[in-house]
Structures are given as structure tokens and as C-alpha cells.
Design a protein around this ligand. Structure first.
Ligand code: ADP
Length: 233
């Protein structure tokens, strides 16, 4: 589903060259729950943005859903962003003037998926059936993140990219969010979660560890995959 070969991203700032990504090879299959782990500045967000076609690599090839996006036209990239990939951000990125339901419907409109799924049932499935008419400021952080997840899920897009999705949340709420993401992988989506929190990586099928723009390890979590209920952070 996702295939990166020899991907580098170089920023030139004056005379200084920053290698945000440096020769990354990565393959993620449908149904895999992958945690990308690394300290701040290691290239995690750049990696996610390149997979989601929000940014382009300086070198290397990137294929998402069988399509080489480094060769794609602007309109093909636009379609990929709308119809293949869904993003979940640490800061939720909800529209403040839209209700929970309207935020989800807006996401479906952008992806041309209105009518494919019932937005109310998606909000109900993330535990917000009684909050659909609420505006973001009337919801807790965890509830806002669940609206953002519902918006990502309602499109039915097969690739789910989450950048520090539990960063703003307390442990119990964060665990609920992770449970929803694990379910998405069980539903045969490719799920990539970026975090600097090693504890979260224990629940993954695979942990891709980054340092200075490179993948320094890629495999099952140390000590094996741990049930969410045994996590502490
Ligand atoms: P992470 O998500 O792991 O914190 P990032 O992918 O955001 O790391 O950044 C990786 C490196 O690339 C950092 O050194 C960062 O300063 C640099 N970087 C990211 N975006 C830009 C940009 N637009 N211009 C210049 N340097 C950037």
C-alpha cells in the first residue's frame, strides 16, 4: 500500500543543508499498525507529509495505493490527498464554526464521499452519538480528537496517518484514541502513527525508529506486541 525507496528530503537554508530525510526505504501493507518513533527533529513529520502527498521528496520514489506519487500530476496528487489518505493531527484541526456532524460531513464532501457512509453512525461508533450538534469549543480535547478521527474514518480512505494523535490528551483518553486506531488496522487500513513516546510503540505490529532522518530499526516492538490495557505513560 505504501512503498518508499531511497527517499531523501533536503532543505537548503542559506548555506546550510538540512537532511530531514536521508535515504529512507519503507513498505507498509494494508492492515498494518505501524508506529514511527523518534525524537523531535528526526524526520517523522516530514515522512508523514511525503506519504500524504503534502510534501515532495528531493530524491527517491514514493508509491501510495499502487500509484507512484513522485510521477503524479497535480490533479492526481489532489485526488490522492482526498481519496486515499486521511490525516489526524495532534491539534485536531477542526473547523470551529462547524458542529461535530458538520466537520465530519465537510471531510466527506472534500473526499467526494458524501452518501458512502452515514456520518451520524461514524460519530456514534467513536462514542459521540450524543454530541453531534456540539461545536468544537463545547467538547473536551479527547472528544475533539474523536471528531477528527470520525472525519478521517467517514471517508473510508485506506491509509490513515496520525501525527502525535494522543499528544494533547491524558492517558485514559489517549488510550481510547489508540484503540480506535488499532480497530482501523483490523479493518485492513494501513495505519501509521507518529510519536516520540516509546511506551505507545509497544502496541504496534511494527516499530520504525528514526534518528537524524534515517530509519535506524524496523521490526516488532522490543519485548513483543503488548495489549493496550497494559500500557502506562
Ligand atoms: P520530527 O517530526 O521528527 O520532529 P521533522 O520532520 O519536523 O521532525 O523535521 C526534521 C528536520 O527537518 C528538522 O531538523 C527540522 O528542523 C527540519 N525541517 C522540517 N521542515 C523544514 C522546513 N520547512 N524548512 C527547513 N527545515 C525543516
Amino acid at each position: 500500500m505504501i512503498d518508499l525507496t531511497g527517499v531523501s528530503k533536503i532543505y537548503q537554508i542559506g548555506t546550510v543543508e538540512v537532511r530531514a530525510l536521508d535515504g529512507v526505504d519503507l513498505r507498509v501493507d494494508d492492515g498494518e499498525f505501524v508506529v514511527v518513533l523518534g525524537p523531535s527533529g528526526s524526520g517523522k513529520t516530514t515522512l508523514l507529509n511525503i506519504i500524504g502527498a503534502l510534501d515532495t521528496p528531493t530524491e527517491g520514489s514514493v508509491s501510495v495505493g499502487g500509484r507512484d506519487i513522485t510521477e503524479a500530476s497535480r490533479s492526481e496528487l489532489f485526488a490522492l490527498r482526498r481519496q486515499t489518505v486521511s490525516f489526524i493531527f495532534q491539534s485536531f484541526n477542526l473547523f470551529p464554526g462547524l458542529t461535530a456532524l458538520e466537520n465530519v460531513e465537510f471531510g466527506m464532501d472534500v473526499a467526494s464521499k458524501r452518501g458512502v457512509t452515514d456520518p451520524v453512525s461514524v460519530l456514534t461508533s467513536v462514542g459521540l452519538g450524543d454530541r453531534i450538534g456540539h461545536f468544537p469549543h463545547e467538547l473536551s480535547g479527547g472528544e475533539q480528537q474523536r471528531v477528527a478521527i470520525a472525519r478521517a474514518l467517514a471517508t473510508g480512505n485506506p491509509v490513515l496517518l496520525a501525527d502525535e494523535p494522543t499528544g494533547e490528551l491524558d492517558f485514559r483518553t489517549g488510550a481510547q484514541i489508540l484503540e480506535l486506531l488499532i480497530e482501523q488496522a483490523s479493518d485492513n487500513r494501513a495505519v501509521l502513527v507518529v510519536t516520540h513516546n516509546r511506551e505507545i510503540s509497544r502496541i504496534a505490529d511494527r516499530v520504525v525508529e528514526m534518528s537524524s532522518g534515517r530509519i535506524i530499526s524496523d521490526g516488532p516492538p522490543q519485548g513483543g506486541k503488548t495489549p493496550l490495557s497494559e500500557l502506562h505513560w
